[in-house]
Design a protein around this ligand. Structure first.
Ligand code: HEM
Length: 147
């Protein structure tokens, strides 16, 4: 038998929708418990009560981004605009979101797709925050249905 590498078997890369379900489920557990983001997810958006409806859409989103399917129809920015109007989303919130996402990805997976999950999250977080801070909610070449 080959000896196990220190710390157990090396994580594999993200390659299926089931992998994304694992990732997204683990991320939300962290986010709901987080001192900075938990109150937004739980008290403002009341997401835990709507998780069954919400999780498949998030999984669709990441499947489209990472596995290049067309599962997600677009429009990811708009719920955040609405949320921001009720409870301002700051640069610190987005930085915390990226930190939690990165830690969750790195805990479960490793490889080019996992790296892409981290890089894409950084890009989306930056873009969402700029659009919120800029006020119009619209970016060049963007349509509400194709976010
Ligand atoms: C401050 C950081 C963030 C907070 C607090 C946050 C919170 C939320 C909440 C509460 C919803 C549910 C909205 C609703 O259905 O009422 C949501 C939806 C969503 N979020 Fe975020 N989010 C953040 C950043 C991000 C980032 C950076 C991404 C992308 C990488 C992202 C991707 C999504 C997607 C895809 C949806 C589903 C949109 C849909 O219903 O089609 N979020 N977010």
């Amino acid at each position: 038998m080959r000896p196990m590498p220190p710390g157990g078997p090396s994580p594999r890369d993200i390659s299926t929708r089931e992998d994304i379900e694992v990732l997204v489920g683990a991320f939300y557990r962290r986010a709901f418990d987080d001192a900075e983001l938990g109150p937004i997810f739980v008290d403002v958006a009341r997401l835990p009560e709507r998780l069954d409806e919400h999780l498949p859409r998030i999984v669709d989103f990441w499947e489209s981004v990472l596995l290049k399917t067309h599962a997600y129809p677009g429009g990811a920015f708009w719920p955040h605009q609405q949320l921001h109007e009720r409870s301002p989303l700051t640069a610190a919130h987005f930085a915390r979101w990226v930190d939690l996402w990165t830690a969750t990805v790195e805990e479960h997976f490793a490889g080019p797709v996992a790296t892409s999950a981290v890089v894409s999250a950084q890009r989306f977080a930056g873009a969402f925050h700029r659009r919120l801070a800029g006020g119009s909610g619209l970016a060049i070449g963007d349509r509400p249905t194709s976010g």
